[in-house]
Each structure stands twice: as C-alpha cells, then as structure tokens.
Design a binder for this molecule. Sequence first.
Ligand code: XMP
Length: 512
Amino acid sequence: KILIVDFGSQVTQLIARRVREEGVYSEIVPYQKAEEAFAAMRPKGVILSGGPASVLEPGAPLPPRSLYDAGVPILGICYGEQAMAHQLGGEVEAGHHREFGRAEVQVTDECQLLDGIWTVGEKYPVWMSHGDRVTKVPAGFRAVGTSPNAPISIIADETRHFYGTQFHLEVMHTPHGALLLRNFVRKVAGCQGDWTMRTFKEEAIDKLRAQIGDGKVICGLSGGVDSAVAAVLLHEAIGNQLTCVFVDHGLLRRGEAKRVITMFRGHYNIPLVHVQAREQFLQALDGVTDPESKRKIIGKAFVELFEEEAKKIGGAEFLAQGTLYPDVIESVSATGGPSVTIKSHHNVGGLPERMNMKLVEPLRELFKDEVRALGRELGLPDVFVGRHPFPGPGLAIRCPGEITAEKLEILRYADEIYIEEIRRAGLYDDIWQAFAVLLPVKTVGVMGDGRTYDYVVALRAVTSTDGMTADFYPFDMKFLGHAATRIINEVKGVNRVVYDVTSKPPGTIEWE
Ligand code: XMP
C-alpha cells in the first residue's frame, strides 16, 4: 500500500492512477489528515504530491514531521520535494524563473529511484511546473539530477530511502515517469503488485456496505457509463436497498431515455423510477445564458427531484452518483479544496450546499478508462461500456446562450447524424468523445434559389485518455464534408457547420 499526501496539485490523482497501474493499492489524503491516515493504513511508502503553495509563505501546508520518523520510504514530487527539503534542513528559493512545460534533466549520480531507467551523464525530457526550487540539499541527501532552471532537480537519501523530484513524474509528458514511479513503488518501497480491478470492486463493495448499512439509496442515472457502473456496483453491494432514478430533464440525446430504461428494467431488473421533468427544467433554465448558472440550476433541480423521490420510496438517506476523479478535481475549489475551479460539474460543485441526503460516490477515485474496466468486471455489455462520456447537465451545456425546446430539438437531430456518421466510418472507438454544439449565432446561406438565415452547428471530437487533457480528432476533410452536408440537408434550422480544432488545454472538451 502507498499513501499519497495531497497538497492540491491538479494531477495528484494521476499519481494514484500510476501506482494502481503497477498493481499496488493507494489512497490519497489531504495533507491535514496524513498523520491519522498513516496510522490507520500502515503504508509501505509515502508520496508527497505537488501543489500550488510555496513553502516560503507563512502557514504553507506541510506534511506532519512524524512521517519522516516512521521509517518508510518517501517520494516528494515538485511541491512535495520542496516541502521535504525545507523540513529536513535544505534550502528552497522563490523562483525567479517560473518554469512550466517541457524541460531536460541531466542525471549526475546514481540512486535506486533511477536504477535501470536513467543513466548517469544522460539527459531526459521531463515536465516541470514550478515557481520555487531547491537550492541546497538537506543533510543526508545527494543531488542526483540537474536542469537549467532547477539545478537540483532530483535528490536522494539512500539511507532513509527519501527521494524528491522537481519535475512531475506522474504525467504522460515525462516519458519515463511511470517507470520511475514503478521503481519507487516496487524496488524502493517493496510493494508486490497484485492489486487488480477485481480487488477494487471487492473493496468498493465492502466500503459501500459499511457506509450504507441497512439504509436506502437512490442513484441518479444519466444515461452515461459512469452512473450506470455506479448503479450496478451498488446493486451488487446492497441489492434492493437501491432504487435508481432516471430524470428525463429534456436535455438528453435522442433515444437515450428508452435505452436506459430498457437496460435497467429489462436486463438488470433494478428498480427504476422514470421522472418526466422536461417542463420543469426548461422553465428553470428560461432566459439563462451563463454556463455556471446553467450548471447550478440543473444541479439544484436534480437534487430537489431526488429528494422528492427519496421521500416517496420511504426515506432514502443516501444519494449515489457516478462522480469521477476528473469531475472532482476540476470543481474541487467549489467544495473548499486547494485547487482552482474550472467548472462546477453538476454532480460535484453544482450541488446545493444544504442537501438532506448524504452522498455516495463509489467511483470518485477513478478515471474513465478505469470505470470502463470496472464496468466490464461487473458484466456490463461492451457496447454500453464503450460509449462516449455524456455530461450530467446534458445538452444544456452544448447549447451556448439561451436554451429553448426548439434549439434542443435541432441539436439532438444534428448530434444524432454526426454520431451515426462516426459509427459508420468505424471511428467511434478511436474517439474519446464526439458531439455537436448548437451555436447561438445565425448566419446567411443560400439553399436552392433562396436566402437562408439559420443556426451554426459546431462539431467537436477529441482524443483523450482521461478527459483531463485532450486533442482534437484529425478527421479527414471528406468525412467532415460529408457529415456537414448531411446535417445541413437534413436538419431544418441549420445552414452552416464548423469543426472545432481546439485542444484541452487551453480549451475544455465541452463548450460550457
Ligand atoms: P471538460 O468540458 O471540463 O470535460 O473538459 C471533461 C469531461 O467531463 C465531462 N463533463 C461532465 N460530466 N457532469 C458530468 O458528469 C458535468 O457537469 C460535466 N461537465 C463536463 C465532459 O463531457 C468531458 O467528458
């Protein structure tokens, strides 16, 4: 087991994910809870995450000193390295050059962390994101790597098995990062590597049973993979204490409602309440154009409906959601954490502060591909598990500007054609997510002999492994031309189609 102490980096969960990929169980705890978590977990190693703070500021978040006396290996990454250096008697200096992005580290000495992966004298690409840097190694440590902007880039104390890297080794942009983490987890900390998704499932089921006891749970289904996996997992854990609620908020794709109901009622025999609430949501969203307001309104309306349904089924005290880690991290400051809010996802930050139900979020630590693996482990059909993600607020955030029933209908139709064409071209599984966006802009066109003045549809398709970063999908022009022609010919109200070629960052995947 590995304990990951979080200082608020946007990529802390990637550390956990890499550790899991090594077949080793890991848990993330905020730094304030590190001491008790350590005592409860008795990990074989500790990793200190990066974070936005500076150890030089008064009141900077620091790991408890007891961690250093516990006799277990520690790896500090970026801020974690600086915190370790600072606490153990080294020196940290405020960076005059902030350094973000690609850099090169030259290895200057051997150590177990680099063993078999990096050779002394060689240079390797890494990903940096820091302001401060270590300028003097603490007693007992050696500097073993250097880079132009961080002369002390890797530190090692081989007696205590403490290591620190200024760069982030958990991100894909540090090509050998996963191997270095493997070294830490396997060689330095001596973990076995026998943890699997089946283990996750069993542990999750135990935790759910402990959390819920004989309480009743309602689980919101969105039609997407996450909520379905959460529901099936819960059903395995607590059987008929679970009722699923499927809210048709009128912001779904064509045919979605029917698919969900057939699968849950027909295939799984899980009790399902189908709430028709189109009017209610459309009214609440009437005239609203601000994306964050849309998300919050939808989140609030959802919870109100769930609370009503919970009462009807005899007092469910738990609300289960398929929240994933990227949802958590991107809206975490909305819930008081140390990172910055990008969007308040409706199944996290969009929830009202006062809610009468307790949240159950069994997928909170997972990334999408891990949820898919869990779904397969739970026996969900491949076609379902392989579906592109669909956001809780649905088409509302794919319809920038005011939302009307008419616009939604246009969007649904265009989206259906686009996805149909993607499937027909055999590209669906190469793409992480594809969808149409209806822009609140009308442009002039000519069709037949007449002038048109209609909406613009933007097509979006991205590749990604976890939704945290993404590239636009490089369709060939023929495909795009064909999809555009079909949409313009078949969807009344649209006379122009554009393709979005923005990556994330700087864009996000959804437009709102
Ligand atoms: P962004 O647009 O933030 O999206 O780059 C990253 C991934 O998250 C999905 N997404 C959501 N999922 N509730 C959800 O369940 C939400 O409020 C939400 N907002 C975005 C998005 O579709 C993409 O897969």
